[in-house]
Write a new protein. Structure first.
Length: 248
C-alpha cells in the first residue's frame, strides 16, 4: 500500500475513533490496530496513539463543558491525579510483563458490558453515590489513570463504570466527566512516551486533527440522545474490544 494511501486511511480511522470514543470510549480499539497495520512498531504505535488521542479527548471535553455537562474547575485535582497515575503506569510499562493483564482484560470488559446491559435504572438521572468524592478521587482515579499509562484499551469504560457504579452519576454526566480524566491520563502517558518512546509526529498530529473533529461530532450525538445511545454503544464497544483482545 502506498504511503500516501496509508496515511489517509489512518487519518480517516482517527476520525471514526474520535466519534466513537466521545460517545462510549474505546477509540484505541480502532487506532492502535490501524497503526500497527500501517507498519508502525508496537512502541511507536502506542506513542503515536497517545499523541493523536489527546486531540479527541480534549475536543470531547470542551464540547461537554460548553454545554454544562462538566465543570472543569472542581475536577482539576482529580485530573491531576489521573495524569500522575498515567505517568507512573507508562513508566511501569517499560519494565513489567503485561501478559497476565492482557489475558484478564477481555473478561473484565465483558463483565462491564454485562453490567451496563442488565443493570436496571441506568439513565441520565444521578443516583445515590456509594463512595465519598475524596475517596473516589484519591484511589480510583489514579488507579485507572495508571492502567491507561500501563496498557490503555478500555480506560474510558473503566472510568464510566466507576462514575456510574460508585459516584452515582447518570450516563451522560459520567461520559462527560470521563473525557476530562481520560484527557489527563492521555497527557501523562504521552509525556512519558515522548521521552522514552518513538512518536511519528507528522502522522500523530494529522490523526489528532481528525480525532478532534470526530470527537466533536460524537459528543454532539451523545448529548442529543443521552443514555438511550450511550448505554448500548458502550456495551457493543466493550464486547468488540474484548473479542479483539481475545483474537490477538
Amino acid at each position: 500500500m502506498p504511503f500516501d494511501e496509508t496515511f489517509l486511511l489512518l487519518v480517516l480511522a482517527a476520525f471514526g475513533a474520535g466519534l466513537i470514543d466521545a460517545i462510549a470510549g474505546g477509540g484505541g480499539l480502532i487506532t492502535v490496530p490501524a497503526l500497527l497495520l500501517g507498519g508502525l512498531d508496537p512502541l511507536s504505535a502506542l506513542g503515536t496513539n497517545k499523541l493523536q488521542s489527546l486531540f479527541g479527548s480534549a475536543s470531547a471535553t470542551i464540547s461537554y463543558a460548553r454545554r454544562g455537562h462538566v465543570k472543569l474547575g472542581p475536577l482539576l485535582p482529580a485530573a491531576g491525579l489521573s495524569f500522575a497515575g498515567a505517568c507512573l503506569g507508562a513508566l511501569l510499562a517499560t519494565a513489567l510483563p503485561l501478559d497476565l493483564l492482557r489475558r484478564l482484560l477481555p473478561f473484565l470488559l465483558i463483565a462491564i458490558a454485562i453490567y451496563f446491559a442488565v443493570k436496571p435504572g441506568l439513565t441520565d438521572i444521578d443516583r445515590e453515590r456509594r463512595i465519598s468524592p475524596r475517596a473516589f478521587a484519591l484511589f480510583f482515579v489514579p488507579l485507572i489513570g495508571a492502567y491507561d499509562g500501563l496498557f490503555g484499551p478500555g480506560t474510558g469504560s473503566f472510568f464510566m463504570l466507576a462514575f456510574v457504579s460508585l459516584a452515582g452519576y447518570g450516563i451522560l454526566k459520567a461520559t462527560a466527566h470521563t473525557k476530562l480524566l481520560n484527557f489527563a491520563s492521555n497527557v501523562g502517558g504521552f509525556a512519558v512516551f515522548a521521552v522514552v518512546g518513538t512518536i511519528h509526529w507528522k502522522l500523530g498530529l494529522a490523526m489528532g486533527i481528525a480525532q478532534f473533529f470526530g470527537a466533536r461530532v460524537g459528543a454532539g450525538v451523545a448529548m442529543r440522545f443521552g443514555a438511550g445511545l450511550i448505554r448500548p454503544l458502550l456495551v457493543l464497544v466493550c464486547i468488540a474490544l474484548a473479542v479483539r483482545l481475545l483474537w490477538s
